[in-house]
Design a protein around this ligand. Structure first.
Ligand code: FES
Length: 110
């Protein structure tokens, strides 16, 4: 029986490049590199996206940050928003129901 169908986590970590693994004086002298890490898990036959724009082969959105009309715009990362790609707060209900901790991507136009 399926339990939690999908989990999305995104964050940043400090890591060394593969060339720096094993150390060395040059590697030790360099500051740590910031690397994005994304983990996506879903059961076979189940997707994270339940119903958003399912007729499209891939859901992709592009935003030119300098053209944002508001100083702060929240973009959905939980795939539960009724106004996708914008956040409508649906992540709060999802988090309460699943124990997840997802939230929006905030873009600032400054
Ligand atoms: Fe999806 Fe807010 S509704 S992140």
């Amino acid at each position: 029986m399926a339990s939690i169908l999908s989990t999305v986590a995104a964050g940043f970590c400090y890591n060394k490049s593969p060339m720096e693994v094993g150390g060395g004086a040059a590697a030790a002298a360099r500051p740590p590199r910031r690397v994005a890490a994304v983990v996506v898990r879903a059961e076979a036959g189940q997707g994270i996206n339940r119903d958003i724009r399912k007729t499209e082969q891939k859901v992709v959105d592009t935003v030119v940050v300098t053209e944002l009309s508001k100083p702060l715009t929240a973009y959905c990362r939980c795939w539960r928003s009724g106004t996708f790609p914008l956040c409508d707060g649906a992540h709060a209900k999802h988090n309460k129901a699943t124990g997840d901790n997802v939230g929006p991507l905030l873009l600032k136009n400054q």
